[in-house]
Write a protein that binds this ligand. Structure first.
Ligand code: GLN
Length: 473
């Protein structure tokens, strides 16, 4: 159990002076110390966090106005920029790089008095599903330290799971918030595409990436969303969805689900059982559960095309986004190069991990003349169909219920040599990013055999973020 269960109870305690911001920060710093072996943080900003805490305590004593997030202690995934602080996307290629500016989302939470305690480990450039692909080494799941926490926001998930902060800010390109949330027994939210500015988020797949949050409850996430969402001059893809936190709650939602997912090849029987039990639980809570049959697509249905479409398009975008790391402008530069071309080659050879290189190669291939039409353009067309089918389900229902991942957290090392097995583990999460819709992972129970956390997720229509976050609270 976390010491501070929610932001609202914490803020009441602070106002009643039964605790101080300094003692809150000190509690989290102690927890970070205790759980060092989990490798969730790559850097802790202890002095700074304590100084901010003291400034807030003074304002509390003087009864001065406080921001909406006062007292909230936050961890930052190592791919989100914070001015004057290092950021590396867990890659050697950004070694020693210090941000010149803060991400818009970071500026907005700081303006509302949140305290950032440190930056968390992740998969390199957000590429991975296990947080093993990091220059800082793997993160361990606090529920079972020999297992992965999920990825790519694995450090973010463990930072909340191990009670080292109240909320973690992460990013989700194809499940990187929701899958680790499910593996660690937390709530994890990916907003609608364009809900939160991507300015200051290190780009992986720009038409998929979104900043989002992991927490112990949906209410804390909603409070952060409200602060971070909305137009930003630095990101023209932000749409004004007009989010308002006092969402209308319905005690009887129409919740679609796709029986075909139960036949999905890699679906673990225990995960399946928890998913089915959760359906029953929703029914007894008064919700309508609507089984949906997917229209045919090619040889099968949309489910067969999710992973291939996602990986063609995100590797294409990654190959273009990562071209900027050339040893000249950012971070690491290989020594011993004799000319400019060798500087590029050696820097990129030494700076990127194998997985990042694999994706740059794949992405360059699908974009190359001669293959562009067959792969990239085809995948764009399929993406459109996936989006249309997803939006069609969500226009006649409030939500779509899906598993988060086919399995529970696997042992560290189990899939490291098999990238395709790792990619297939993303089958249920990438749909929301392909379609751009919001998705919320939540803890659904424990696996019947090994007791590990199992999550489910709910997808909602574009811009229905608040409706989703307030659905079951
Ligand atoms: N596992 C997926 C990938 O490797 C998702 C990562 C993410 O959401 N950043 O691309």
């Amino acid at each position: 159990m976390p010491k501070f269960t929610s932001l609202s109870t914490l803020q009441s305690a602070l106002r009643a002076r039964t605790t101080s911001v300094r003692s809150v920060v000190q509690h989290y710093l102690d927890q970070i110390e205790t759980h060092q072996s989990l490798n969730a943080y790559v850097e802790v900003w202890a002095e700074e966090a304590l100084a901010q805490a003291d400034a807030l305590d003074l304002r509390l004593r003087q009864k001065k106005p406080l921001g909406k997030l006062f007292g909230a202690v936050v961890s930052l995934k190592d791919n989100i920029c914070y001015a004057g602080h290092q950021v590396t996307a867990a890659s050697k290629i950004l070694e020693g790089f210090t941000s010149l500016y803060s991400a818009t989302a970071v500026e907005r939470i700081l303006a509302e008095d949140a305290i950032i305690i440190g930056r968390t480990n992740c998969d390199q450039f957000g590429m991975g599903s296990s947080n093993e692909n990091s220059v800082y080494g793997p993160v361990r799941n606090a529920a079972a330290p020999d297992r992965v926490p999920g990825g790519s926001s694995g450090g973010a998930a463990v930072s909340v799971q191990a009670d080292t902060c109240l909320v973690a800010m992460g990013s989700d390109t194809g499940g990187s918030i929701r899958q680790p949330a499910a593996f660690c027994g937390l709530w994890g939210f990916k907003p609608s595409y364009g809900c939160i500015s991507r300015h200051g988020l290190i780009a992986y797949g720009s038409s998929f990436d979104q900043i989002g949050f992991l927490a112990n409850n949906p209410d804390d996430i909603a409070r952060f969303l409200e602060v971070c969402a909305g137009p930003d001059a630095f990101d023209s893809t932000v749409a004004d969805y007009g989010l308002q936190i006092a969402g209308s709650q319905s005690r009887s939602s129409r919740i679609a689900w796709i029986p075909e997912v139960l036949d999905s090849p890699g679906l673990d029987t225990g995960v399946r059982a928890v998913f089915l039990a959760y359906i029953e639980q929703l029914k007894s809570a008064g919700h309508q559960l609507i089984p949906v049959e997917l229209p045919k697509l090619g040889e099968g249905t949309m489910l067969d095309y999710l992973v291939p479409t996602y990986y063609v398009l995100t590797t294409a975008e990654a190959s273009s986004n990562l071209a900027r790391y050339d040893g000249v402008r950012y971070g690491y530069r290989a020594s011993g190069a004799k000319n400019l071309e060798e500087t590029y080659r050696l820097t990129r050879t030494e700076g990127f991990s194998d997985e990042v290189k694999r994706r740059i190669l794949l992405g360059t291939f699908v974009l190359s003349s001669g293959y562009y039409d067959a792969y990239y353009q085809k995948a764009q067309q399929v993406r459109r169909l996936i989006q249309e089918q997803t939006l069609a389900i969500l226009s006649s229902n409030d939500f779509l219920l899906m598993p988060v991942a086919p399995t529970v957290a696997w042992p560290i090392g189990e899939k490291s040599d098999d990238p395709v097995a790792m990619y297939l583990a993303d089958i249920f999460t990438v749909q929301a990013n392909l379609a751009g819709v919001p998705a919320l992972a939540l803890p659904a129970g424990a696996h019947p055999e090994n007791g590990l956390p199992v999550g489910v997720q709910l997808l909602a229509g574009l811009g229905a973020d608040v409706k989703l976050l307030s659905a079951f609270t």
